[in-house]
Design a binder for this molecule. Structure first.
Ligand code: SF4
Ligand code: SF4
Length: 114
């Protein structure tokens, strides 16, 4: 089979259901991890708007306050859209000993199975 030249050449596929970001924990897909520098962040919310997995966390004042690693798949969109480079991407392997979040480990398969 020849390589597709553009998106119209790609065979049709199916989306099981829409708006599934909150139902499917895609954190285990991640090989790169976004890191937020809250001192640089101006809370423009571009990352919150563009994140395909609704992983950007906001506090009661509507300011970005973190990233949910159970859902973040490491696509890097947030880092790309940030106008002040407040989010940088790092190898997931660099965080092997720092994966605890609310007592669970986003990098451990068993902690994704409810
Ligand atoms: S890398 Fe950024 S945009 Fe991509 S899923 Fe994670 S938080 Fe969302
Ligand atoms: S895009 Fe950058 S500056 Fe804007 S809210 Fe996100 S981290 Fe903060």
């Amino acid at each position: 089979m020849s390589k597709p030249k553009c998106w119209q050449d790609v065979p049709p596929a199916t989306i099981a259901w829409g708006a599934s970001a909150l139902d499917v924990e895609t954190g285990l897909w991640r090989s790169m991890r976004p890191v937020l520098d809250e001192n640089k962040c101006i809370s423009c919310l571009k990352c919150w708007l563009q994140c395909p997995d609704s992983s950007i966390k906001t506090n009661e004042e509507g300011r970005v306050c973190g990233i949910n690693m159970f859902f973040c798949k490491g696509c890097g969109v947030c880092a790309q859209v940030c106008p002040v480079n407040a989010i940088s991407m790092h190898q997931e392997a660099d965080f092997t000993n720092e994966k605890r979040e609310h007592g669970e480990d986003p990098g451990r398969v068993a902690d994704h199975v409810k």
